[in-house]
Design a protein around this ligand. Structure first.
Ligand SMILES: Cc1cc2nc3c(=O)[nH]c(=O)nc-3n(C[C@H](O)[C@H](O)[C@H](O)COP(=O)(O)OP(=O)(O)OC[C@H]3O[C@@H](n4cnc5c(N)ncnc54)[C@H](O)[C@@H]3O)c2cc1C
Length: 403
């Protein structure tokens, strides 16, 4: 498992390796210029999804299924809040993870996770020499969030909270900026599926980024990387990026093989790349895309392009599931179930089946729908369907990139 995966990108099946054939890596990123950054989701959508285009160095190459890594920065306001809460100016000197002498403000902005609070950070915070004299809720309460016996309570506390909340609830602990390197995790890169084919878009990598925003415990929060990409990465800005290869999420070598792609929300990104690539190469295999989101009017990402691909015959089938356009919710797995017989017929023709997007619920429901289609199609038990799927996996005909 690469360093990036272990840290930022916990996909269960993807095997990533950094670089994309170039010298640029997480620790030696390419300073890419943002060429385009526009909103994909329409006005009134509950979600903000944006299309970002990054310039690449000539030697940076990728294939559909690969991702681009971004080394993010914490937003200035979040850094300023932490500094104010700690009573430091930010000009203090600290040694970073590589013993590089930098100012504390830079460390908070570029090196340390001051966003989403981790349970481990509370334990480390409580071990600092100043913890015994903690203010606010007091030492006894802080201790109640530490240790394996308090795991559930600590997890509940961490939910929707950031480092600033810990500092506010339990102030006066940190006596020196350097101590935070023992408390906070490293700020790690975030990966984004590449949404373009390099054959069609030479010199750039395109992405579809959902901007994470939420309100918890009386504060307005923002995802570190998606907030930066969505709000502060205007055209012309320069950002540190690198490519990561995903050998386990690749188009079939056989251009005539049919392909079924299930990618709701930003999960559709790699499939735009797949389709562009197959179209550019004139691949003869059929392509079937399942896409879904909340509302057709505002959330049909790449509608024009997919509709044009359908007209051109590249997209053989397009099935859509807009969950909130009717009383009962309809998801991609429901559309799969509706067309189970045909889906099974495609599998019998040797189709490759791909899923991308939400790992917690969507990917599991999609797998169940797939098993159900196989069981019904072949008139077998679910156990036998699971074996069928296991064989597909071995043949690399069932590939998932879920996060
Ligand atoms: C292989 C791979 C490919 C990916 N491709 C894409 C892609 O194409 N497009 C895309 O947009 N993303 C993609 N991601 C996800 C992306 O890497 C980031 O994880 C995502 O953008 C969030 O990062 P962030 O820094 O903005 O948020 P973070 O600062 O990491 O914050 C996210 C965390 O905030 C918390 N949170 C979020 N919402 C709430 C809420 N409502 N209430 C309480 N807490 C909440 C959760 O704990 C969540 O884990 C991919 C991930 C992987 C691993």
């Amino acid at each position: 498992m690469s360093q990036v995966q272990g840290a930022a990108a916990a996909t269960e099946e993807s095997v990533s390796s950094e670089s994309g054939g170039s010298k640029y890596t997480r620790n030696n990123p390419y300073y890419s210029t943002v060429m385009e950054n526009y909103r994909l989701s329409g006005a009134g959508s509950e979600k903000e999804t944006r299309h970002l285009v990054f310039s690449l160095a000539p030697e940076m190459t990728y294939a559909p299924g690969d991702a681009i890594g971004v080394n993010p920065e914490n937003r200035a306001q979040a850094v300023a809040e932490v500094l104010a809460s700690l009573g430091f100016t930010g000009e203090e000197r600290v040694l970073d993870h590589y013993k590089l002498d930098i100012c504390f403000e830079e460390a908070l902005r570029t090196r340390l996770t001051i966003g989403k609070l981790a349970r481990g950070a509370i334990g480390q915070y409580a071990k600092l020499p100043g913890a015994a004299g903690v203010g606010g809720r007091g030492y006894a309460e802080l201790k109640l969030l530490c240790g394996p016996e308090n795991k559930a309570r600590a997890e509940e506390y961490c939910w929707g909270r950031e480092f600033i909340d810990l500092l506010t609830d339990f102030p006066g602990v940190v006596k020196s900026p350097q101590e935070l390197f023992n408390v906070l995790q490293r700020l790690v890169p975030r990966l984004y599926s590449i949404a373009s084919s390099q054959l069609v878009h030479p010199g750039v990598a395109e992405t579809s980024v959902r901007v994470v925003r939420y309100d918890t415990h009386g504060r307005e929060r923002q995802g570190v990387a998606s907030g930066e990409l969505g709000e502060r990465s205007h055209v012309g800005e320069v950002l540190p990026v690198f490519l990561t290869e995903n050998q386990n999420f690749k188009l079939p070598e056989d251009a005539s093989a049919p392909v079924i792609m299930v990618g709701p929300g930003t999960g559709v990104a790699p499939f735009r790349a797949f389709l562009e690539e197959r179209q550019a190469k004139g691949a003869s295999g059929d392509n079937w895309l399942f896409f879904g989101d909340q509302h057709r009017a505002t959330d049909f990402l790449y509608e024009e392009q997919f509709t044009a691909m359908q007209k051109a015959g590249t997209l053989t089938r397009l099935d859509l599931a807009f969950s909130r356009d009717q009383k009962e919710k309809i998801y991609v797995q429901d559309r799969m179930a509706e067309h189970g017989a045909e889906l099974y017929a495609w599998l019998e023709r040797g189709a490759y089946f791909y899923v991308c997007g939400d790992a917690t619920r969507m990917a599991k429901s999609v797998e169940l729908a797939l098993l159900d289609s196989i069981a019904k199609g072949s008139n077998c038990t679910l156990d036998a369907a699971a074996e069928y799927l296991a064989t597909m996996k071995k043949q690399k005909r069932y590939q998932r990139d879920v996060y």
